[in-house]
Design a protein around this ligand. Structure first.
Ligand code: URP
Ligand code: ZN
Ligand code: ZN
Ligand code: ZN
Length: 461
C-alpha cells in the first residue's frame, strides 16, 4: 500500500518547502503540493521537518579492539541508530594484519547481514600495504565498497607514509574515497612511555599524551601525500583548531579535502578527564576530547561550511566491566564512546535549535554531503522522487533528556548523560517501511547492504 506523508517541510541543502511525499514500495514515487490521496495510507506531518534518513559516516558497531569486544554489536547498535533517525551507517571494516580484504569483508557481512536494522556499508580498512591489495581494492570497488580507511596511529593499525602513498594510487584507480585517522602515532607512543615511566597512569594523562599538534602534523603529512598522489581525501574525526587551519591552508592552495567531525568534539571538553576516581575513563577516545577553544573553532568551521560530514565514531565499551582494563595504565583503557543513537538530537539541539546552523546545513552534514562523497547519491541523502524512501519525520518541539537509563545503545553509560535536547524523530522510514516511532524501534532487522558507486569527487579526476 502507498503512504502519503502530508504537510511536512522537506529539507535539503538547497532549501526547504512544504510538500506532500508519496511512497510506493521502497521508493519516493511523487512529491508535490496537495498530492491526491488515491487510496494511500495518510500520515500527517504538519509542523514537522522531513529530513532524509541520516547517514553516519563513521561507526565501529561491532569490533574486537585486541583486548575486548565493543558493548554494542550490529544488532543492538543498528537499532539504536535507526530509532533516532540514522538509516544508513558506514562501518569501519577492520582486518587483522596479514589478512586479505575479502576475509575482512566476509567477517563484516557475517556480523551485519540479516541482523542490521539500518542500511549499511563499510569503509574497508588498509592497516598495512600488501601488493595484492591493488587487485583486492578493485574487487572491493566492484562489490560496491568504494571507500577505504587507514590509520596514522595505533601500533596494530598504523601504516607508513609509503604504504599510504601506495594505497592512494590504488584507490585513485577505482575512483575511491580514502579517510585517515590522523595522529602522529610514533610521538603518541613516546609521550605515553614518558608519562607511564614517571608513574603517571591515570585517565587524565590520555589527552596530554595526544596533544593537538600531533593531529595537525598528521593531517599536514596526509595532505602532502595526497597532493603527491593527486587524490581528493577525507579526514576522519577531525578534532582540533590547528588541524582545521591545516585544512584551510590546503584548500586555499586548491587541494580537495573533506572533513568529518563528531558531536563529542563540539559538546564535550578535556576537563572531563579530571573527574574524580576513574570516571574520566568514560571519555577516553582518540583523538581525545579537546579544549573549549577547539570546540569554538569547530563550531565556526561548521557554520562556515568547512566541515562536510558529522559521524559519531561510535565505539563503545562498558564503564563497569571494560574501561577498567586500563585501571593502572591509561593507555590500556578501551578507546571510544557510544554515540550512534544521539547524533541527530545533539546536533539539532546545539546547532539548529540554538540558531547556529540552519536546517539546510544540518541536513548537509547529517546526510546529503555523505551521500555525494561516498557514492550513494541520489539513492540516499535526499528526499526526492526516485530516491530510497529513507525519511525522518522530525518534530522540532520534541524534548528529551539523554540518559543511559533510557538509551537503546547497549552500553552502561552515556557520554552525554543529562543533556536536554529539543527536536527529535517522531517516525523513521527505511526504504518505505516505518521502522521506528517516538524514538523506539517498531520493526527490526530491515537493513540491507548498500552497494555504492565511485565517489563523484574522485571520479572526475
Ligand atoms: O577511540 C576511538 N575513537 N576508538 C575507535 C577507533 C578510532 O580511532 O576511530
Ligand atoms: Zn580513528
Ligand atoms: Zn573510528
Ligand atoms: Zn553530487
Amino acid at each position: 500500500m502507498s503512504i502519503l506523508i502530508q504537510g511536512g517541510t522537506v529539507v535539503s541543502t538547497k532549501g526547504q518547502r512544504q510538500l506532500d511525499v508519496r511512497i510506493d514500495g521502497e521508493k519516493i514515487s511523487a512529491m508535490g503540493v496537495n498530492l491526491p490521496v488515491d487510496g494511500a495510507n495518510v500520515v500527517d506531518a504538519k509542523g514537522c521537518y522531513l529530513f532524509p534518513g541520516f547517514i553516519d559516516t563513521h561507526t565501529h558497531l561491532e569490533l574486537n579492539n585486541g583486548m575486548t569486544d565493543t558493548a554494542d554489536n550490529f544488532t543492538t547498535g543498528s537499532i539504536a541508530a535507526v530509532a533516532k533517525g540514522t538509516t544508513t551507517v558506514l562501518d569501519m571494516a577492520t582486518p587483522d594484519r596479514g589478512h586479505s580484504l575479502q576475509s575482512c569483508l566476509d567477517a563484516w557481512d557475517a556480523m551485519a547481514k540479516g541482523k542490521s536494522s539500518c542500511d549499511y556499508s563499510y569503509h574497508m580498512s588498509l592497516i598495512e600495504w600488501q601488493p595484492g591489495f591493488v587487485d583486492e581494492i578493485k574487487a572491493m570497488a566492484a562489490k560496491g565498497i568504494t571507500s577505504f580507511k587507514m590509520y596514522m596511529a595505533y601500533d596494530n593499525l598504523r601504516a607508513s607514509d609509503a604504504d599510504i602513498y601506495e594505497a592512494m594510487k590504488a584507490i585513485k584507480a577505482v575512483h575511491g574515497m580514502l579517510g585517515i585517522h590522523c595522529e602522529n602515532g610514533d610521538l603518541v607512543n613516546a609521550l605515553q612511555k614518558q608519562y607511564l615511566d614517571n608513574g603517571l597512569n591515570a585517565p587524565k594523562y590520555h589527552p596530554i599524551t595526544r596533544p593537538n599538534i600531533l593531529e595537525a602534523e598528521a593531517v599536514s603529512r596526509y595532505l602532502t601525500i595526497a597532493a603527491l598522489a593527486d587524490l581528493p581525501v577525507n579526514i576522519v574525526h577531525l578534532s582540533t583548531k590547528e588541524a582545521l587551519e591545516v585544512v584551510r591552508a590546503a584548500r586555499q592552495r586548491g587541494q580537495k579535502v573533506f572533513v568529518e567531525s563528531c558531536p563529542q568534539y563540539f559538546l564535550l571538553d578535556d576537563s572531563l578527564y579530571a573527574l574524580p576516581g576513574f570516571e574520566g575513563a568514560k571519555y577516553v577516545c582518540s583523538p581525545p576530547l579537546r579544549q573549549p577553544a577547539d570546540e569554538a573553532a569547530l563550531w565556526e568551521g561548521l557554520e562556515a561550511g568547512e566541515i562536510d560530514t558529522m559521524g559519531t565514531d561510535h565505539c563503545d565499551f562498558n564503564y563497569e566491566t571494560q574501561k577498567p582494563l586500563g585501571k593502572d595504565d591509561f593507555t590500556k583503557i578501551p578507546g571510544g564512546l557510544p554515540g550512534v543513537e544521539t547524533r541527530g538530537e545533539l546536533l539539532y539541539t546545539a546547532g539548529v535549535t540554538s540558531g547556529r546552523i540552519s536546517p539546510e546545513q544540518f541536513v548537509g552534514v547529517m546526510a546529503e554531503h555523505a551521500a555525494h562523497q561516498f557514492g550513494m547519491y541520489p539513492q540516499k541523502g535526499i528526499v526526492q522522487t526516485g530516491s530510497d524512501a529513507d525519511i525522518v519525520i522530525w518534530d522540532p518541539a520534541e524534548k528529551n533528556v539523554i540518559s543511559s537509563q533510557t538509551q537503546l545503545q547497549n552500553c552502561d553509560y552515556s557520554a552525554f548523560e543529562g543533556f536536554q535536547t529539543q527536536g527529535g524523530p517522531r517516525e523513521v522510514y527505511l526504504r518505505g517501511t516505518k521502522v521506528a516511532a517516538s524514538g523506539q524501534i517498531i520493526k527490526e532487522k530491515q537493513g540491507k547492504f548498500v552497494a555504492r558507486q565511485a565517489s563523484e569527487y574522485t571520479f572526475n579526476k
